[in-house]
Design a protein around this ligand. Structure first.
Ligand SMILES: Cc1cc2nc3c(=O)[nH]c(=O)nc-3n(C[C@H](O)[C@H](O)[C@H](O)COP(=O)(O)O)c2cc1C
Length: 201
C-alpha cells in the first residue's frame, strides 16, 4: 500500500490535465516480495482480467502456466541467477505462452504475440490495482521451459512473470535495493508520429 503511494508521487501523466486512469502510471515492477503464498481465489481475478483482452479474430491465443509451491520451486530452475535472487520470495511463477495458429482454421495467427501481450498487461494492471507485485521476465532459459514442460512447437513461450505480496526493499540484495523504484518513460513525442509517416532512426 505504502509503495503504491510512493509510485503515485513519482510517476505523472504527461501533463496535469491529461486525464488517464492512475492505474497506468502507478503500476510498476517491484522485486521486493514477502515470500507469503497467495491463495488461488486471490490470483484468479488477474486471469479474469486477462480473459477480456482483445485479439485478432477473438482467437484468445494466451495461455498461462501457473506454478506455486513445489511447482514454483521447479520453475525457479528456468531463471537466470539475477532473477532467482528476488523471485525466491514470489508466491507464483507464471509462464506465458501463445498459440501460433488460429483455432478456427489452423492458419498462422500473425498477431498471436501482440494479443498475448495485451492479456499480460491486463493481468499486470489488475495485479497493481490489488496491490500485488506482478513483474514480467525475459531472463530465463526458453529452451529449458519448452523441453521440461513439453511445450509443442505450435505454442510460443513469450515470457514469465512473478507474482507476490509487496515487501520492504530491505529484503533485496543491496544492488537491487537501489533499483527498487518506478522507472521513467520516453516522451509521447518520441514514439508518436502525427503526420502519418515513419520518422524514427
Ligand atoms: C517482457 C518483460 C521482460 C522483463 N524481463 C525482466 C527480467 O528478466 N528481470 C527483471 O528484473 N525485470 C524484467 N522486466 C521488468 C522491466 O525491466 C520493467 O518492466 C521496465 O524496466 C519498466 O519498469 P516498470 O515495469 O517498473 O514500469 C521485464 C519486463 C517485461 C515486460
Amino acid at each position: 500500500m505504502k509503495l503504491q503511494s510512493i509510485a503515485k508521487k513519482i510517476r505523472k501523466p504527461m501533463t496535469s490535465n491529461t486525464d488517464i486512469s492512475p492505474l497506468f502510471y502507478t503500476r510498476w515492477s517491484p522485486r521486493a516480495m514477502s515470500g507469503e503464498s497467495i491463495p488461488k481465489e486471490e490470483l484468479l481475478p488477474l486471469f479474469e482480467a486477462a480473459r477480456w483482452a482483445p485479439s485478432s479474430y477473438n482467437n484468445q491465443p494466451w495461455r498461462f502456466i501457473i506454478a506455486t509451491g513445489e511447482q514454483k520451486e521447479k520453475c525457479m530452475d528456468f531463471l537466470i541467477d539475477f532473477n532467482k535472487q528476488w523471485c525466491k520470495n514470489a508466491a507464483a511463477l507464471i509462464i506465458i505462452l501463445s498459440a501460433k495458429n488460429f483455432t478456427h482454421n489452423n492458419q498462422p495467427a500473425q498477431t498471436h504475440s501482440f494479443d498475448t501481450g495485451a492479456a499480460w498487461m491486463s493481468l499486470a494492471l489488475e495485479g497493481a490495482r490489488r496491490n500485488l507485485v506482478v513483474h514480467g521476465m525475459q531472463g530465463f532459459d526458453y529452451d529449458k521451459v519448452k523441453q521440461t514442460l513439453q511445450i509443442p512447437d505450435t505454442y510460443q513461450v513469450e515470457a514469465m512473470c512473478a507474482i507476490g505480496k509487496f515487501a520492504k526493499k530491505s529484503v533485496l540484495p543491496k544492488d537491487m535495493q537501489d533499483k527498487e523504484k518506478p522507472s521513467g518513460r520516453k516522451e509521447v513525442s518520441e514514439f508518436v508520429n502525427w503526420e502519418g509517416k515513419f520518422e524514427w532512426g
